[in-house]
Design a protein. Sequence first.
Length: 256
Amino acid sequence: MTDKQDFVDIRHAQKSYGNLEVLKDISLKVKRGQIVAIIGPSGSGKSTLLRAINDLDPLTKGEIWLDGVQVNKKLPHRQYEKHINEMRQQIGMVFQHFNLFPHMTARDNVAMAPKMLKGLSKEEADKLAEEQLDKVGMLERIDYYPSQLSGGQKQRVAIARALAMHPKLMLFDEATSALDPELVDEVNQVMKKLAEEDMTMIIVTHEMDFAASVCDRVLFMDQGVVVEEGPPEVLFKNPTKARTREFLGKHLGANK
């Protein structure tokens, strides 16, 4: 396996709800260790594309491949359940809303999946939780419940929970958009640290400065298609499509 190989390979992704086409024949390749940002207006299909990668929102047509294995295989129900559970253990996902279990401490939220899905003992899972919470700067609040944490702290616990499964790929779906502005940076710092560790990441974001400073490539989506993509220094400074220029004209100004 080389770094050159296409690690994530999305082939002709289409998604429809009845007559509404949300994704229109999108193909995308991401290499191992690359960080790709997806930007665009609400309703452009960004989150749908992200959720399709781990088959949370199955495609109408098309294929999703991760590290040479097709994620959205057509299989009999029981075989599919086993296959998709194995695939989802390799794909960490962090949502806009933290989805922590309110009756569990930060430690237990992070330790639960490794115990249930990987068969770790309580001691092993607790040690893993400590390591991952330390990584996101939350070790001192390991025994706090979600109700005792700020939004930024909850999101950092959610990231630690995803990392505890040692995923090959991390997906972030507007991970900072539910946070107060002063809490956004603490989550962005964790994502920057993951970038330094060569974690492959696909990030749906409205944080243009973050995309410009951290990501290798930026995709601009609108109305279910990738309108334009390129390195951030090219896309943000010299977009070629009028629709991209219009979007960035509004949002780059707003981020200043």
